[in-house]
Write a protein that binds this ligand. Structure first.
Ligand code: A2G
Length: 391
């Protein structure tokens, strides 16, 4: 969507995977979906350096509403859990140079059974604008799948009519795919800044692995439509939760950065192990993700639990690009790879200066016939940012 927003993939924090639909503030006051949780996470984004690394969005997901609309049909934030309303939270974020995102559903109900948008599209778009929201995720539970193409376009029009800049995140293709309909990605990327096209991510390597395979296996279709303003969203970063090893966490960070994908963490920022915090704050990975050219990465090799991904990044010169290169070893053993630069699509005559993303190693290459020789630890990644040498 060309609305001037999301020129690079949005970065921030999203409540869903870690905090789900926990509405029990009576027995779990610190972890329930409430204004307190979002304020606390916002404070952490600022205090712990996440905001300054680029993580500026803080997004509410399902379960923020009361069970019913008011007598005029307006959405009502849960009066106990969001007693000061959504505008208050948006102001809280803006004072801290953060942005607030919110959730609705193109259906009669949200996935968790709260009031959906059907019958209230223009009214809800206006409410989001009035509340000064910065991003709207529109889910697709309890909807008629044949209505999605029209419905998501119409909601986009209503958001646009408000004149407030709001990133529009659509679950549109996901609900088509699970109903065996082929998404029209051209249409979707024209009307949405982000779209979900695969199952909800879980805090496990198996789940992340399936997402990576889906994006690799379908890259010919998906990557055509990825670029500044319109991104495919493989779902949240699980880094900092319970079930990933540091190697698996690096793998998620690396694949999301090379795709490139939104970096929306869903974790508990009050309780982060330093190793995971360091991965999330890795400036070299973030720079690849946020490369201004916004070109899609590609999986160029997959065999025996080893895969290689590459992506053109800036700067470029006379048709030659700098490159991000990722080796992902999903095996139980260390892999040693020797490969000619031109087999990675790196053909710059004057060579490259490369830095390793997850260590301080540096590599210099003089031309495209140089050999890159690396060893990748079991269930880990090796990633390089290779800048072209311009003479
Ligand atoms: O509803 C759906 O499952 C969403 N999935 C998930 O992200 C979360 O928002 C959940 C809340 O009930 C998609 O949007 C594909």
């Amino acid at each position: 969507l060309e609305n001037g927003l999301a020129r690079t993939p949005p970065m921030g924090w999203l409540a869903w995977e870690r905090f789900k639909c926990n509405t029990n503030c009576y027995s779990d006051p610190d972890n329930c979906i409430s204004e307190k949780l979002f304020m606390k996470m916002a404070d952490k984004l600022v205090e712990e350096g996440y905001r300054d690394a680029g993580y500026v969005h803080i997004n509410i997901d399902d379960c923020w509403m009361a069970q019913f609309r008011d007598s005029k049909g307006n959405m009502v934030p849960d009066p106990k859990r969001f007693s000061r309303g959504i505008k208050f939270l948006a102001d809280y974020m803006h004072k801290r140079r953060l942005k607030l995102g919110i959730y609705q559903d193109f259906g009669t109900f949200t996935c968790m059974g709260y009031p959906g948008i059907i019958g209230h599209m223009r009214q809800d778009a206006k409410a989001f604008a009035k509340w000064k929201v910065d991003m709207v995720k529109l889910d697709g539970c309890h909807s008629k799948v044949t209505d999605l193409d029209d419905g998501y376009v119409t909601m986009g029009k209503y958001l646009n009519e408000t004149n407030r800049s709001m990133i529009y995140s659509c679950s549109w293709p996901y609900y088509q795919l699970i109903n065996q309909l082929e998404p029209n990605y051209k249409l979707i990327s024209t009307h949405c800044n982000l779209w979900r096209n695969y199952h909800d991510i879980q805090d496990s390597w198996e789940s992340i692995s399936r997402v990576i395979d889906f994006f690799g296996d379908n890259q010919e279709v998906i990557s055509l439509h990825v670029g500044p303003g319109h991104w495919s969203d493989p779902d949240m970063l699980m880094i900092g939760n319970f079930h990933l090893t540091p190697g698996q966490a690096r793998a998620q960070m690396a694949v999301w950065s090379i795709l490139p994908a939104p970096l929306l963490m869903s974790n508990d920022l009050r309780d982060m192990k330093p190793v995971f915090k360091e991965i999330l704050l890795n400036a070299k990975a973030i720079a690849i993700d946020q490369d201004p050219l916004g070109l899609p990465g590609k999986r160029i090799y997959k065999k025996n639990h080893l895969e290689i991904w590459t992506r053109h990044i800036s700067p470029s010169n006379e048709g030659e690009f700098s490159c991000a290169v990722l080796f992902l070893n999903r095996d139980k053993y260390t892999k040693v790879v020797k490969i000619l630069l031109n087999e990675l699509g790196m053909n710059n005559k004057n060579g490259y200066h490369c830095v390793s993303v997850f260590s301080d190693q540096k590599y210099n290459f003089h031309d495209q016939n140089d050999i890159l020789s690396v060893s990748i630890e079991p269930m880990d990644v090796f990633m390089l940012n290779c800048q072209i040498i311009i003479k």
